[in-house]
Design a protein. Structure first.
Length: 290
């Protein structure tokens, strides 16, 4: 008998998962290449939903998406799927919660982000057992700023506040923070390459593993020195510490806010695999990595 059954936990959940269309998902991974960005976003959703379906306390997983490719794939693994009727994330979740309540009003509600490729089924079960039985509860992300999961005992008390600074917003709304539990995969949402490296370190699901492996990406950053930079085209070259010189396109500076690099500056570089590798992201070492 599992620890959940031994503890007397009987409440069952429907889990709602909003999934953006792949055309716009995970924009901060764009510097890895647009094809890889889309493939990773799809893999994250697949691994997240597969983990949710394996949770002992989860009876139903309802995905909300307008992406027909993602919808077909998630239907195939056993999730229910409905189209998204609003551009607002919290509005989307309220719509999905109402539909879930219509289908089975006995189920408690949870909402989980679709970018948790390191999620283990036991982690969500642990959070569901620890959730407040009478109020909305939530799990904060690894930075303690955002939110990766919200639970509620019923439709009336399901009022998610996902968005910027959502941990603060959930607390202000009277939700109970679920803390003191060891759930690193549930807290590790992936928005940028640094997050991805941390998720890979924790161990990700099979789809994310396959995408990362087949892409041949060397996601560990290396250090280098700027050897040339054209301020008009924003293209340049860097000399890696191992002596290899690489060119980089303007897209390697996307999202950094950098307008100018000077020869001799020390930088952090992410490269593709292959021979020779190609620089896909360049950042000044003194700047934060995300």
């Amino acid at each position: 008998m599992s620890a959940l059954h031994e503890s007397g936990a009987r409440d069952r959940y429907a889990v709602l998962v909003p999934v953006k269309p792949l055309s716009s998902a995970k924009s901060r991974l764009a510097r890895l290449g647009d094809d890889l960005r889309r493939d990773l976003a799809a893999a994250f959703a697949m691994d997240t939903v597969s983990a949710l379906l394996d949770c002992e306390l989860v009876d139903r997983v309802l995905v909300v998406t307008d992406d027909h490719v993602v919808a077909r794939a998630l239907l195939d693994v056993g999730a229910d799927v409905i189209p998204d009727g609003t551009s607002d994330l919290n509005g989307t979740l309220l719509q999905a919660a109402a539909e879930t309540h219509r289908r089975d009003p006995s189920l408690r509600l949870a909402a989980v982000c679709a970018d948790l490729p390191a999620l283990r089924p036991t982690e969500l079960d642990t959070a569901l057992v620890a959730a407040d039985a009478h109020r909305m509860s939530f799990v904060a992300d690894h930075d303690g700023v955002g939110t990766t999961a919200v639970t509620a005992p019923d439709l009336e008390r399901f009022r998610p506040r996902f968005g910027q600074g959502s941990r603060r917003e959930h607390l202000a709304a009277g939700a109970v923070e679920i803390d003191g539990i060891d759930v690193p995969g549930l807290r590790r949402d992936v928005d940028d390459p640094d997050d991805l490296r941390e998720a890979l370190r924790l161990g990700v699901g099979p789809r994310t593993t396959a995408v990362a492996t087949l892409a041949g990406r060397r996601l560990a950053a290396v250090q280098a020195t700027v050897s040339a930079f054209d301020p008009d085209t924003r293209e340049g070259r860097v000399l890696l510490d191992d002596g290899l010189e690489l060119g980089f396109p303007a897209s390697a500076l996307a999202g950094t806010g950098l307008r100018l690099l000077r020869p001799g500056q020390r930088v952090r570089v992410e490269t593709t695999g292959g021979s020779p590798p190609r620089a896909v992201a360049v950042q000044i070492l003194t700047l934060p990595s995300s």
